[in-house]
Design a protein around this ligand. Sequence first.
Ligand SMILES: [Zn+2]
Ligand SMILES: [Zn+2]
Length: 363
Amino acid sequence: MSKDYYKILGVEKTASDDELKKAFRRLAHEHHPDKGGDQQKFKDINEAYQVLGDKEKRAKYDRFGSAAFEQGGFGGGQGFGGFGGGFQDFQGGVNFEDLGDLGDILGGMFGFEGGRGGQRVKRGRDIETELIIDFLEAAHGAKKQIKLYKNSVCSVCQGTGAEPGSKMETCKTCNGKGQVQKTARTIFGAIQSAVTCPECQGQGQRRTVDCKHCSGAGIEKVTKEYSIDVPAGIDDGEALKLNGEGEYPGVGGKAGDLFVRIRVKAHPGFSREGQNVLSTAEIPYSTLQLGGEVTIDTVDGPGSLKIPEGTQSGTVFKLHGKGFPYLRGHGRGDQLVTIQAKVEKKISREQKKALEELKKTGL
Ligand SMILES: [Zn+2]
Ligand SMILES: [Zn+2]
């Protein structure tokens, strides 16, 4: 289960940014491990604020809820990071700047890149895109291609910004360590912490010649093609996450993630309820009355259904295992077929005659 970040911070879902910040500050002080607080609780509080304290991440958390992030079991697709894992991916991009001194402490404690004046690891924008699939593709799974034009790692310098073959020199600011010491004045006194070197973005080395292809930015705008393995059983509105396939923010940064939201087209003969497929079948009156076997459309193709003698119009039959596969675990839902007596618009003279005879018997 993913954590309820609102509950952790003890605020309403409608809490304003200010209320969130206040709640976070109060709880972080209260549960600070240095003051005898519980480490796990402190971490939870911190994690919750990382998400809710950021407009974009909060919106994503609100919108996707647990649905997009909890779906374990999607091992398969190539390029897939899988689900499960909540929001820990976001740690790199925590914005501690509005926290003042507290941000430095938190940053130091958990090894985040944070703090006023410090250089945090740039995280690229997440991308959300839509992929429209057919109803039957949702039932059976599909391989789909998508194309995206986006900021990617420069193919010439691999995102380093340095001209290939050019000399690198040791960063003078951090003497090649990639980190610099920073003293922060906090409510707990002056605290020393190591932050990523702002000069070399933690590389410890500096380039001497900029990559000509990207002018040293490390970014190249290209169209990338992805082969998406859409798992069988996926529902309209669910999203697949491709870790690190969002936009690349440039030298020293980390790419965001790509979310592929699935849209399932309506089908003329089937609809969906949970993992079940719903359909309606028109059966001749005589078959309902006498019983018999009829052919029914299923998502797997034609299937047969036994109609018992004296079946009422409106009866619902269950075709076991003819529904959507469960994404987690195994097995499939069922198909629920609602039977309707078929009334023809036109019948032959013989049929009419036979019916007239039947009518006389009281049928
Ligand atoms: Zn380049
Ligand atoms: Zn440096």
